[in-house]
Design a binder for this molecule. Structure first.
Ligand SMILES: C[S@@+](CC[C@H](N)C(=O)[O-])C[C@H]1O[C@@H](n2cnc3c(N)ncnc32)[C@H](O)[C@@H]1O
Length: 267
């Protein structure tokens, strides 16, 4: 069953979370897709709902099938162990949550949350644990509940980094850890041109041939534009520190994926 978003019990402050901090949208308004910041979430929601059926197939075109293995390995390296309880934010079709369930060896140990009903319906085909409809910026869970929180390739889709990070702080137990995975924006203009061409021309063509789905093609184009326009890694690290997280760090996995880790201080 997919639960609908419930009211949060509390917000940010009230369980020792630091004070309000500056707003950091992960990228500016992308006028070729939507015209006002207020329209971003409905655009993103419709895009993922429309492409959900094809998401795993498109993912394999991107990572040649290494995605599930990589996600599981990243969770293990970040400290996920049997007996913990993990919240996977932006669970999508459940690729991170499945990796977590393998490590935890207990389907109920991982809870997936995502605003897209279509993506959660796909996740349900492969996951028996709890799936909840909700957004990173307003998590429908009580304070101090999880040992660890993950978010795979979705930081670019939240309205504001600090709002989401304050929610992560709130739902984590003291000492709880986070792992955020994001695609690296290549630093040289030549590699950027190559990756852009891959995302904006080759992958949409492959997606058109193999899925015949317009949202699947659009997803690839949007994917690159959000990577290209995303705030730099330092801004993400700084937003985590401003929220009050400690042991904030970034590891670049073969120069392709940034793994951001941080911890809520023990009480
Ligand atoms: C690229 S998919 C990533 C799915 C999965 N984490 C993975 O590793 O494959 C991005 C997901 O972010 C979700 N999303 C979009 N806006 C969100 C928000 N405000 N809060 C949480 N998730 C969001 C989308 O519905 C989509 O499922």
């Amino acid at each position: 069953m997919i639960e609908r978003e419930r009211r949060r019990e509390d917000h940010g402050r009230g369980n020792g979370a630091p004070h309000e901090s500056a707003a950091t949208p992960p990228h500016p308004v992308l006028g070729q897709y939507y015209t006002r910041a207020a329209d971003r979430q409905s655009f993103v929601g419709a895009l993922f709902d429309g492409a959900a059926r094809h998401y795993n197939r498109i993912g394999k075109m991107l990572d040649f099938g290494s995605g599930p293995w990589y996600r599981r390995d990243a969770l293990r390296r970040a400290g996920l162990r049997p007996g913990m309880r993990l919240l996977d934010v932006a669970a999508g079709t459940g690729l991170v949550a499945r990796g977590a369930a393998d490590i935890l060896r207990e389907p109920g140990g991982v809870i997936g949350v995502d605003p897209s009903r279509g993506m959660l319906q796909e996740a349900r085909k492969a996951l028996s644990g709890p799936l909840v409809q909700g957004r990173a910026e307003a998590l429908p869970f009580r304070n101090d509940r999880f040992d660890m929180l993950s978010m795979g390739f979705a930081l670019r889709h939240v309205a504001d980094l600090e709002v989401a990070f304050r929610e992560y702080w709130r739902v984590l137990k003291p000492g709880g850890r986070i792992l955020l995975l994001e695609v690296v924006r290549p630093s040289s203009s030549v590699s950027r041109w190559l990756v852009r061409t891959h995302f904006q021309r080759i992958l949409p063509l492959m997606a058109r041939i193999s899925t015949r789905s317009e949202p699947a093609q659009l997803l690839m184009k949007f994917y690159w534009d959000t990577i290209d326009q995303c705030v730099p890694p330092e801004a993400i690290l700084e937003a985590l520190r401003r929220t009050g997280f400690v042991a904030v760090d970034r590891h670049a996995f073969y120069g392709l994926i940034n793994e951001y880790v941080a911890a809520k201080p023990p009480r």
